[in-house]
Design a protein around this ligand. Sequence first.
Ligand code: C6P
Length: 414
Amino acid sequence: MQTSVINIENIRNDFPILKRKVHKDKPLVYFDNAATSQKPIQVIDSISNYYLNYNSNIHRAVHELAEESTVAYELTRDKVAKFINVKNREELIFVRGTTEAINLVAYSWGRQNVQKDDIVVTTEYEHHSNIVPWQLLTKEKGAKLEYIGVDDNGELKLDQLDAYLDTGKVKIVTFSQMSNVLGTISKTEEIIKKCHQKGVRVLVDGAQSVPHLKVDIQKLDCDFFAFSAHKMLGPTGVGVLWAKKELLENMAPFNAGGDMIREVHKYETTWNDLPYKFEAGTPNIADVIGFSAALDYLDKIGMDKVREHEIELTKYALDKISAVKGIVLYGTPDITKRGGVISFNLGDIHPHDLATIIDEDGIAIRSGHHCAQVLMERLDVSATSRASFYIYNTKEEVDVFIRSLNRARELFRI
Ligand code: C6P
């Protein structure tokens, strides 16, 4: 059950859900990790331990439980800082997920900094979360939203970025470090450098990259970075926005209410210090604490090994799936330029039909537009099927998947 890199058997023992059967007697093959990953027992235990033993609100009371929960919540912030190499912990804001992080930037930074006729640049392979907030902003401001195109290999056409930057009107460039459909890994550092040479801000959507690659914020030197805990063994409802301190200090709050204030008077309020200025109301305490255990888990394996394992598994899967009659694959065949995500179509089987058939064999994949309809238009398809891997997936599971695809192919006489 090994790849050459990590001991998957030990890892799988930590994930109770992987022992369950679906459709009565079929072992679960979970290939929908780009949507959300499974959770190890360490994460589940840490959340129940919080509720069983020290459930209480944070940053408010002085009693022992409140002290314990505040310490545990703030410890996660320190761990996130270490995990993605952030220097100042106060630059890390807990939000509900990548979607909320991007909305926060579009709302708070965008409304102050983007004006009529300015340009916001995104890409054709963005998730809707990195398109719609910018549509709202640019429409409101009379600004323009432009797209960096995707070439036939599934890579960004960076000459188009150069052309946009040359107009002198671009205020922010926002793109995902790894596409959730094609798996393409963006040339992140190159894009950031190009933008900064022209004084343009950069937001990186790390929803698909942080779970699978070693990310170093200080090295990247972007301006904003967003990701979600639930795609990296953590609970749902927790995400992180990192932003440079001077930007956060000059931005207006996103949500207003408790904890984000210093003083409230009848008609005036002053804001709390960072990061609390952007964490209004009682946060998702239990799940932030659970996220700590997820970070420990990944740290223990090592992100280099996570990546190596996925390269080996994806290469194996690409070799096998390419041989399936009628298969159409999207994205680059160059394994060094992509993550563990394989989008495909099989003959003229609708992806939802295909996903339903292979689900009968216990295989969970995603089908549809993957919240990336702009990319679907670019690929000239209405939908694709998508298999996405993580640390607990095996070559044996890939074999089951390929057998199931061939069963579907035979059913449809392809
Ligand atoms: N993509 C997928 O199946 P949230 O839902 O806020 O945690 O993450 C949104 C998001 C933003 N950017 C990228 C690149 C993403 O992949 C996602 C989530 C999932 O592809 C669910 S739609």
